[in-house]
Design a protein around this ligand. Structure first.
Ligand code: CP
Length: 357
């Protein structure tokens, strides 16, 4: 892999992504061959936000590769509770661990961490922005369960605005040929503009619809997501969105016989329990593929990793990102990094928010 850090799956070329998928399958088929691959290596898991699957599958992945794990799953039990900055925490942990997986509620945190870490940083979810290792999980699942990543009619349903897994998944699947997207959500929870820009730039067709029952007959796969309660400003706003889309047996009767259902989990109420017994439901086996995907990623990232800290970065523009969920809001020392989009518009390099200069 050419990149040191994995912030966005877009950081990888398609051949690099396929190498990881193939390696994940090789590990799945012959786990004993990989049981010593990371002996002597240490993974740090820094989870500032709750997690079951991502944190445990990262830990299990490293343990199954013969390595060790340090870290925290509650920042209140670390010196973060005393006011330690992200920069200082990462600088220190980067000196202890060989590789770091970080999750945080603020968008762009993994990118910010990568500026100060001697060890490779993996984005394990940054607010409502991205979740690249969930996407790795999703593509390994699809590759195994569908046999291809091309030419699919892909439905995504639920909280498409705040669902970071949705954003990462669309970004990645838009690189494979012939895919088109059916985006099923309420008007309040549609995908952000930067994701529409990605689909437009790659020439992928997409439609935005409001009915799961009407959309489901045309789908080759359906990516269900929960409404992300923790991203709403008030419980009232969440209540208005909750329970609008529910996948149940009745709707499954309308679906193709070989349609696959994926869900990053956790589930709340958007998939009825009895759908679990439908052979098209792949969301529990998906969590197992996720462990193999993370084993493959750790191996690949440690292969060529150097221990050099990144060179100091300076402000590219003298403005502040206007996204209140951007990590630059809470970690004010971070250099203000923007990419020109043309005209007066720039893109924040942490959270991908659009800003006027
Ligand atoms: N899919 C996912 O990220 O699950 P967790 O929040 O439990 O890690």
């Amino acid at each position: 892999m050419k990149v040191k850090h994995l912030i966005d799956l877009e950081d990888l070329t398609t051949p690099e992504l396929m190498e990881i998928i193939e390696l994940a399958n090789a590990i799945k088929d012959n786990p004993a061959d990989y049981a010593e691959r990371c002996r002597g290596k240490i993974l740090a898991t820094l989870f500032y936000e709750p997690s079951t699957r991502t944190q445990m599958s990262f830990k299990t992945a490293m343990l199954r590769l013969g390595g060790s794990v340090i870290g925290f799953d509650n920042p209140q039990n670390s010196s973060v509770s005393k006011g330690e900055s992200l920069k200082d925490t990462i600088t220190v942990v980067g000196g202890y661990a060989d590789i770091i997986a970080i999750r945080h509620s603020m968008e762009g945190t993994a990118k910010a961490a990568s500026l100060y870490s001697a060890a490779p940083v993996i984005n394990a979810g940054d607010g409502g922005h991205l979740h690249p290792t969930q996407t790795l999980t999703d593509v390994v699942t699809l590759y195994n369960e569908k046999g291809s990543l091309d030419n699919m009619c892909i439905g995504l349903c639920g909280d498409l605005k705040n669902g970071r897994t949705v954003h990462s998944f669309i970004k990645t699947m838009s690189h494979f040929k012939g895919n088109r997207f059916v985006l099923i959500s309420t008007p309040e929870l549609t995908v952000p503009q930067y994701i529409k820009d990605v689909m437009n730039a790659s020439g992928c067709r997409y439609t935005e619809v409001r009915s799961l029952a009407e959309a489901i007959p045309m789908l080759d796969m359906l990516y269900m997501t929960r409404i992300q309660r923790e991203r709403f400003k008030s419980y009232d706003e969440y209540e208005k969105q909750k329970g609008v889309f529910v996948l149940d047996r009745e709707k499954m009767m309308l679906a193709k016989a070989d349609m696959k259902i994926l869900h990053p989990l956790p589930r709340v109420d958007e998939i009825a329990e009895d759908v679990d017994y439908d052979s098209r439901a792949k969301y529990f086996i998906q969590t197992v593929y996720g462990m193999y995907a993370r084993m493959a990623l750790i191996i690949k990232m440690l292969e060529n990793a150097d221990r050099k800290p990144m060179a100091r970065r300076f402000d590219t523009h003298h403005i502040r990102c206007t996204n209140p969920n951007c990590i630059t809001y809470t970690e004010e020392y971070l250099p203000k990094l923007f990419r020109p989009l043309g005209g007066d518009m720039v893109l924040c390099r942490y959270c991908e928010g659009r800003n006027l200069i």
